[in-house]
Design a protein around this ligand. Sequence first.
Ligand SMILES: Cc1cc2nc3c(=O)[nH]c(=O)nc-3n(C[C@H](O)[C@H](O)[C@H](O)COP(=O)(O)OP(=O)(O)OC[C@H]3O[C@@H](n4cnc5c(N)ncnc54)[C@H](O)[C@@H]3O)c2cc1C
Length: 421
Amino acid sequence: MIGIAEIAGALVLGGVLLEVVADASGTVRRRLFEAQRQRVALDLFRARVGADLAAIRREQEQREVAWEGFRKFRIDRKVMEAEDICSFYFTPHDRMPLPRFRPGQFLTFQLRVPGQPRPVIRCYSLSDSPERREYYRCTIKRLPPPRDKPETLPGLASSFFHECSEGDLIDVRAPAGNFCLDLNSDRPVVLIGGGIGLTPVLSMLNAICDANIPRETWFFYGVRNRHEHAMYEHLKNIAAHHPNIHLVICYSNPTESCALGSDYNVHGWVSVDLFKQMLPSNNYEFYICGPPAMMESVTQGLREWGVPDADVHFEAFGPATVKRQAPAAAPDAAPAQAFKISFARSGKAIDWEGEDDSILEFAKKHGIAMSSGCRAGNCGTCETAVREGSVKYLLETGHKPTERSCLPCVAVPAGDLVLDA
Ligand SMILES: Cc1cc2nc3c(=O)[nH]c(=O)nc-3n(C[C@H](O)[C@H](O)[C@H](O)COP(=O)(O)OP(=O)(O)OC[C@H]3O[C@@H](n4cnc5c(N)ncnc54)[C@H](O)[C@@H]3O)c2cc1C
């Protein structure tokens, strides 16, 4: 017969056993949780290290083979992409490797245009993916004279390029510019190209596709009609093979032969109203390049839609856009105040009344010779030594001037100024 003491003993033993089991399962659970936590941390660590290493490798590759000044390139191939739009494939004449560029960057060219007293300097965006290591490609639109001035000459550099032949040699500066897509980010992105402003955002799109990055990507491309629609087959192909890419083609002025639903998706301009209809939210990074009117309306519309400025990146192709964007880009720009600008070598001292958009424009108006290229702070052609005083910039410059020098094409005086010009 089992006595009370034995029952009590068994109960105590059972309780201890239960505690041990409970303890053990708690410990197991804790250990499992700890192991899982460590695995997640390790995965995160691995991903971070992987991304850091990739970024370091890219930077190293860029540094290893980037060049100073101008390097000779051969026009290897010319491919017409649409009416008056031609792609140029450049290969280095020295056959040395090409530095990797960041999608959105541009090249600066120094051209010897017949009849021009000085070399002509112009910037053109790289239009293909940085994964294509054997060539650089730029896509250039030949600029006709303005509609209201048909008697003027067509665009100097763009016409020169279109008239070049395969095999011709051209002087090129290394890729530069800060309007770049971060390929290490996985934030959903909206790429917007208007007209020939397609080029830098096309490079970004091609980079995402070439690297098979599953990042949600919207690509809005606005042109007048099928005649101006560059990269027609290429874009269709991308949309067909990459489920993460959403392509929206807008024709503002379609002709009868343009097919809605096949050639283009929207009759109208690229606009923020269109984004509101098509995008699930405004939580995207936006990259915009296009004609001044489009850039102005889209950047303004995005601000009104509540998109933070930090998520809106844009690039101007010319001085007109710079003028329009200046007040928004530089709230601390010099107030319209009278300063004296002295041009030491020309022996002129003139009052700056704040009416001109840049020191370059002011100098040209007063007959002072100053070289200039892109007129957007990117090529460095106008770099001028500052003897006294300082300047303020109207936007972030792609080219960084050396200490005690400035870029008059996008600068205004911060006070009285003496320039070496
Ligand atoms: C960072 C950056 C990237 C760029 N990327 C590209 C790109 O990928 N593709 C591209 O095609 N362009 C691009 N551009 C624009 C390019 O650099 C040139 O500005 C463009 O090709 C025009 O240069 P041009 O020498 O042909 O024309 P310009 O000779 O500078 O003339 C410009 C216009 O002015 C007109 N004109 C000439 N004289 C007069 C006059 N007296 N009065 C009124 N009008 C006149 C011309 O007919 C022409 O329409 C980019 C610019 C920048 C800054």
